[in-house]
Design a protein around this ligand. Sequence first.
Ligand code: C5J
Length: 225
Amino acid sequence: MDMNAPLTIEAEPYTFELIPSKCALLIIDMQRDFLEPGGFGEMLGNDVTQLRRAIEPNQNLLEIWRAAGLQVLHTREGHRPDLADLPPAKKVRGKGSKTIGDTGPMGRILIRGEAGHDIIPELYPLPGEPVIDKPGKGAFFATDLHAILQNLGITQLVVTGVTTEVCVNTTVREANDRGYECLVPEDCVASYFPVFQEMGLQMIKAQGGIFGWVTDSTKIISVLN
Ligand code: C5J
C-alpha cells in the first residue's frame, strides 16, 4: 500500500480521504471498569451489554489496521493512586455509595494499576502502541497526546471506543479544535443509552461535519483490504 495515497472512505456528511501515513486509530477507554460486569459502569446502574456490542467491530478494525502497518493509540480514563489528580467535584459526582478510588470488585475504581482500570483483553495494546492515561473525559486534556501525534506526523484520527457521548465526543471536539480530522465508525463506539448513541453521532456529522465524519467499520476495512 502507498502510505501517502489517499483512500476514499464512504462516510457522512461526505466521503473521507484517509491518508494512511497521517491517520491513527485512537481507541478510547475500552477498560474493564466500563465494559465488564462488576465494573464501575455497572455499579452506576448501567447495562454493560450496550457497550460490549462495540468489542467485536473494534477487534476486526484493529486487526486490519495493525496488519496494514498503521498507527494505533489507546486511552484509559483514570487517576493516580494518591488521587492527587482527581478533582473533588469529580470524586463526589453522582453521590453513589462507591466512587472513584474506592475498592470495587476489580480493585480500586478507575485507579491506574488496578485490574478494572486496564484495557479489556480483547483489545489489549501491543508493545509499542502508545497508551495515554487521561484524568478527564477528553484525551487531550492534561496528557501528552497532542505532542505524540505531532511527533508521529498524524493529522487524522479514526476515533473508536466508549462512551459515544462522553469521552469519544469530548475527544473528537478537542481534536477538531486542534486541527485534526476525525472519522468515527459508528459500530465501534457505544453508549449505555441508545438515544445518546444516536445523538452523539448526529452531533459529530451535523452542519457539514462540524466535528468530523461518521462511517461504519466495514467501510474502512473493505478499503484497507
Ligand atoms: C465516562 C467515558 N462515561 N470513557 N467515561 O465516564 O466515556
